[in-house]
Design a protein around this ligand. Structure first.
Ligand SMILES: [Zn+2]
Length: 395
């Protein structure tokens, strides 16, 4: 019997294929075990091994031959906002080009929204992601662009995740359109003072129309001095200095990486900076996809993430991103599943998620499929059947 208030231990057995992401536990880079079982206790993985030698537990879940994978780690999302940009998407699909300035539309709606409205939208999106297998989400600010609105976004994000990112430097706030240097002073000064206590990470949209390399360096360096670790929106719409800056400053991740030259690829491959690819953005802006194959072959660590935001990638679906990565970006199904789980964990510098090994957080996803390959082989099909986060069934 388990103590009142505890979920007790769970034996998940009958697992036809278990993706552990630990090569020492099974075959191949995904460490796959067949006919496996997992025991969860106190929110952690307590045991992993062959089903016929599994210890007993308080309750039992029979996967009936299905595949179980680690929960998805979505390391790049913008979920604190109001309104949507349906009309902009439709116009783009009718031929208009995407530009960074569309962010200001969401800024106006977000500033006008109440805390309750923003929290409700955030909760809805977190639930939507969970139902699709996401158990860790990063969440950025960046639609407030005033001291109070950015701090509010980070407070709200903190209620749903530990992975909170200060993105005051998403675009220059409209009030500073004629004084971008003044806005950088705000972002590195009073806004940083208000936001640093609520965040783990600092991010910059380093792009023409947003912030150039010098501005991005100033913002990320100021964040580092306050104990925040950099991550960078880099090289999304054209080639730029973002990737080199991310590597130079020891960023956890350079995100987008769509337009890279040979030096960028080499820099990522020889650093701890993860290349986070966000194919939902290229899908939703009808742009060329990043070349994951080139990065992997060079030795870079690659993560996949949704970039969920109302303008350029309004999806919370990691399976959708996996399917695109396999079809369009040169990734094998194994690589794409690794990048959406262990890769995302690496991009957040987490070792307690992204794998199914004893001791880590019990974040698991049971798919209504015999193999993880089905995530790409059966695109658009809702395969996620059960999701455990910290040992508790959340979907
Ligand atoms: Zn983004």
């Amino acid at each position: 019997m388990s103590a009142p208030g505890s979920t007790g231990s769970i034996l998940i057995t009958g697992i036809g294929s278990l993706v552990t992401n630990e090569p020492a536990l099974g075959t191949g880079p995904l460490g796959i075990l067949h006919d496996a079982a997992v025991v969860v206790a106190d929110g952690r993985i307590a045991w992993v091994g062959p089903a016929d030698t599994a210890p007993d537990a308080d309750t039992r879940h029979d996967a009936q031959g299905r595949v179980v994978i680690p929960g998805f780690v979505d390391s790049h999302a913008h979920l604190v906002f109001a309104g949507d940009r349906t009309a902009e998407f439709a116009a783009r699909m009718a031929g208009q080009a995407y530009a960074a300035g569309g962010i200001r539309t969401t800024v106006a709606a977000t500033r006008a929204a109440s805390d309750a409205e923003l929290a409700a939208n955030l909760d809805r999106l977190v639930d939507e992601a969970a139902r699709q297998g996401t158990t860790v989400l990063e969440c950025k600010s960046g639609y407030g662009l005033t001291v109070d609105d950015e701090a509010r976004a980070l407070r709200l994000a903190s209620a749903v995740t530990d992975e909170v990112t200060y993105l005051g430097a998403h675009v220059v706030a409209p009030e500073y359109a004629d004084d971008p240097a003044g806005y950088v002073d705000l972002v590195t000064g009073p806004m940083l003072d208000a936001c640093a206590p609520h965040a783990r990470w600092v991010d910059v949209f380093c792009e023409r129309g947003a912030f150039d390399g010098d501005q991005a360096r100033a913002i990320l360096t100021a964040g580092k001095k306050r104990g925040l670790v950099p991550r960078v929106h880099a090289n999304q719409l054209r080639h730029g200095p973002g990737v080199q800056l991310a590597v130079e400053l020891g960023a956890a991740s350079a995100d987008h990486c769509t337009h890279l030259d040979a030096a960028d690829v080499a820099a990522l491959a020889s650093s701890d900076t993860v290349a986070t690819l966000l194919p939902g953005a290229e899908f939703s802006t009808r742009a060329a996809y990043p070349d994951a194959r080139r990065l992997i072959d060079a030795g870079a660590t690659v993560a996949l993430s949704t970039d969920c935001n109302p303008g350029s990638s309004f999806t919370t679906s990691m399976p959708f991103c996996i399917a695109i990565a396999v079809r369009e970006m040169g990734m094998t199904p194994d690589e794409a599943v690794w990048s959406a789980t262990a890769g995302g964990a690496a991009a957040l510098r987490r070792t307690d998620v992204g794998r199914i090994v004893p001791g880590v957080r019990a974040d698991l996803v049971e798919l209504d499929a015999p193999s993880h390959v089905h995530l790409a082989y059966r695109p658009g099909v809702p395969l996620v059947r059960t999701v455990w986060r910290g040992g508790a069934a959340v979907a």
